[in-house]
Design a protein around this ligand. Structure first.
Ligand code: AGP
Length: 608
């Protein structure tokens, strides 16, 4: 998720742009740039690294005089962090400059079209294709030109655009990526988020999907995608700056829980073509996929929990033997790699020392390696033979949520693709699974809309000291993540157990009032799981059950039931985890803890 700012008014633009970008620093970024119209040309400076470097290069903005400009901090999705991939991007003549936040899902196709028309690309980004398309369609009418591009682009975008021959107007357009317009007596602003403008104004317009804004020194005009002028309401921002950085949420963790539908959609959509799954970055032919004899899934923490779930998916669908390893154990057990082995290293940060070491262990043994990573250009992403990026955007809270959810999506896409190529599922089954995957974002939204029930339940357990999470099969993997989410941010002792294992010792810990969370999403294991619920209930446990809509039988055994929408049995972790994330969040919140920065923990464990 990148940061965008734009300004037009009486003041020098560059210092305002730099200041605005510094307020978006929390979004995480790997490069930054600004472009300013100086009266005769559009001049630009951009570089990798922190904003400080850009401030030094532009001497606080002094090297770029002018009162209209755009700026950008980049969270790389397409193309590694580099000067050339940093925004803004120009058309060839430097008569159009653009900054973009979002993902152009059909950019490969659009890029091919533009190359056929003689356009040359300098960067690896999806954004650059927009600069050339604006150039191609430009007829002197910026609004008409922008709408032509919007009609052809699939995906999400928040755009800031300058046209050299339109020196008194700054343009903005939006679809799915947030963009606001700020109004003040000093001039007018665009920004991807409120904090960038709060120093100058609290009066903002929220650009809605497929709307365009034209900002002049002292006026702002809005258009819809049919080029019709539209009226919009001005909103006064009441937040303080700290709250604004979290988009109005109290903690980044809740913000990121709520970003999961978009993160899942952004990770899914570019890889679903009709009813087929196309993972271009996989770097494997169908023959390569058929030659895989064993998959090692290796990670730490929550990423490891996605691997525990993925084992069921890969073995259930693609019938490929899978070994799941904690990265911190992997290299020390001297794994024996057979012919046809493949190692998948899963990491949100791409910098986890143990996971990086596991990757190197596999590579040193001649094993094909694939990364599932969120941070573009990170060590694991760079060193793996191939990498599938999870397009979750920057994850700030130490407790991962959207990082975890998008890792699951990457696993599902891989497993279904492998199963189809190896013929272990039919075309019809693949179509049904692709349809189920497409429904996940809305189903997550549905669960998030019903958070109050979980918040109320959590508030009854703020003082609890021990919580157990149990489940069978893939529900055990979900229990692992639910348990970690709770303990790492609430400091309450919690354990996850394969439900059938409890009676082999741990059940001795169950006493009157012990909270046990039971996950029951697998039809074929439902009855057995109910028996395990009854085992703990008869020993005094209070049972919270998470199960599929319609599975009401569990109400006879559990004290509190949360239902999740029906989906393919292999995809239930994406839904069952939502109430468990919220449960951990509200317990931590209720205990007055720093949800985003729990004690003793770091966002990325870059040491062994
Ligand atoms: C999960 O909430 C924790 N933040 C932690 O377990 C994390 O998943 C683990 O450290 C792995 O991090 P990575 O995905 O960046 O490699």
């Amino acid at each position: 998720m990148c940061g965008i700012v734009g300004y037009i008014g009486k003041e020098q633009a560059a210092p305002i742009l730099l200041d605005g970008l510094s307020k978006l620093e929390y979004r995480g970024y790997d490069s930054a740039g600004i472009a300013v119209f100086n009266g005769t040309s559009i001049e630009m400076t951009k570089s990798t690294g922190k904003l400080k470097i850009l401030e030094e290069l532009t001497q606080g903005g002094a090297t770029l005089p002018g009162n209209m400009g755009i700026g950008h901090t980049r969270w790389a999705t397409h193309g590694s962090p580099s000067d050339i991939n940093a925004h803004p991007h120009f058309n060839k003549e430097h008569s159009i400059a653009i900054v973009h936040n979002g993902i152009i899902e059909n950019y490969q196709k659009l890029k091919k079209h533009m190359e056929k028309r003689g356009y040359e690309f300098l960067s690896e980004t999806d954004t650059e294709v927009l600069a050339h398309m604006l150039d191609y369609y430009y007829n002197g009418d910026p609004v008409e030109t922008i709408t032509k591009v919007m009609h052809r682009v699939e995906g999400s975008y928040g755009l800031g655009i300058m046209f050299l021959d339109q020196p008194d107007c700054l343009y903005a357009a939006r679809k799915d990526s947030p963009l606001i317009v700020g109004q003040s007596d000093k001039g007018n602003f665009i920004a991807s988020d409120v904090p960038a403008v709060l120093k100058y104004t609290r009066e903002v317009y929220y650009i809605q999907n497929e709307e365009i804004a034209c900002l002049k020194n002292d006026s702002i005009t809005f258009f819809n995608i049919d080029k019709e002028e539209i009226e919009k309401e001005l909103t006064t921002i009441e937040w303080d700056v700290a709250a604004a950085e979290k988009g109005g949420y109290e903690f980044f963790m809740l913000k990121e829980i709520y970003e999961q539908p978009k993160a899942v959609r952004d990770t899914l959509n570019p890889r679903i073509k009709g009813n087929d799954i196309v993972i271009e970055e996989l770097g494997m032919t169908d023959e390569d996929i058929r030659a895989v004899r064993k998959i090692y899934l290796v990670a730490c923490g929550s990423a490891y929990h996605t691997c525990v779930a993925a084992k069921y998916v890969f073995e259930g669908l693609a019938r490929i033997p899978v070994e799941v390893d904690l990265a911190s154990e992997f290299r020390y057990r001297k794994p024996i790699f057979e012919e046809g082995a493949m190692a998948v290293i899963v990491s949100q940060s791409g910098e986890t020392a143990d996971s990086l070491a596991a990757l190197r262990e596999a590579k040193n043994n001649g094993v094909r390696t694939l990364g599932i990573v969120n941070v573009v250009g990170s060590s694991i992403a760079r060193e793996a033979d191939n990498v599938i990026y999870t397009w979750a955007g920057p994850e700030i809270a130490v407790a991962t949520t959207k990082g975890y959810s998008t890792q699951l999506i990457a696993h599902y896409l891989l497993a279904v693709k492998f199963a189809r190529v190896r013929g272990t599922i039919s075309a019809k089954e693949m179509t049904e699974m692709v349809e189920a995957l497409k429904c996940l974002p809305e189903q997550i939204e549905f669960l998030l809309a019903n958070k109050e029930r979980i918040q109320k339940f959590a508030n009854r357990y703020l003082a609890t000291e021990h919580v157990f999470f149990i489940g069978r099969g893939i529900d055990y993997a979900i229990s692992l993540e639910g348990s970690l989410k709770l303990k790492e941010i609430s400091y309450i002792h919690s354990e996850a157990y394969a439900a059938g294992e409890l009676k082999h010792g741990t059940i001795s810990l169950i006493e009157e009032g012990t909270l046990v969370t039971a996950v029951l999403t697998q039809d074929d294991l439902y009855q057995k799981s109910i028996s395990n619920v009854q085992e703990v209930r008869t020993r005094g446990a209070f049972v919270l059950a998470v199960t599929n809509t319609g599975h009401t039988e569990v109400e006879k055994s559990a004290d509190y039931v949360i239902y999740i929408p029906q989906t393919n049995k292999y995809f239930t972790p994406s839904l069952a985890v939502i109430p468990l994330q919220l449960f951990g969040y509200y317990i931590s919140l209720g205990r007055g803890l720093d949800v985003d920065k729990p004690r003793n923990l770091a966002k990325s464990v870059t040491v062994e």
